[in-house]
Write a protein of this length. Structure first.
Length: 124
């Protein structure tokens, strides 16, 4: 039984290394997206429009970009946390109840830290 459990753990570790690589790719893409969003919000090359409607449109656009930037920052933190959990050997275990997270859930949301039951309770 010990050999079987050990073999299973080694299989999980290899699979989690692949997940780690995917998470790093996601992190790089999000970092690039965040840089573009930040650059778009700054728009220093554009003079302030004297047209009130144009200013209102620009403010709305900035608010959307700000929201997208904040969402990217949150996802970046979640991904970094998942990578740290892989490195610590804690990946795939629910942080709240300690139960294994369903592999299908991990495939769908690789940076999840909760099983479906705990996520449902938490409203995630």
């Amino acid at each position: 039984m010990n050999r079987l459990a050990n073999k299973h753990e080694q299989s999980d570790m290899k699979e989690y290394e692949q997940v780690r690589g995917q998470l790093i790719e996601m992190l790089e893409e999000l970092d690039e997206r965040l840089v573009k969003i930040t650059d778009d919000v700054k728009h220093p090359d554009e003079p302030v429009s004297k047209d009130f409607e144009e200013q209102a449109t620009q403010v709305e656009n900035d608010q959307v970009l700000d929201y997208l930037g904040n969402a990217a920052r949150i996802e970046i933190e979640q991904i970094r946390h998942a990578i740290a959990r892989i490195d610590k050997g804690e990946y795939g275990t629910c942080e709240l109840c300690g139960e294994a997270i369903n592999p299908e859930r991990l495939k769908a949301v690789p940076f999840t830290k909760m099983c479906i039951k705990c996520a449902s309770r938490a409203g995630n």
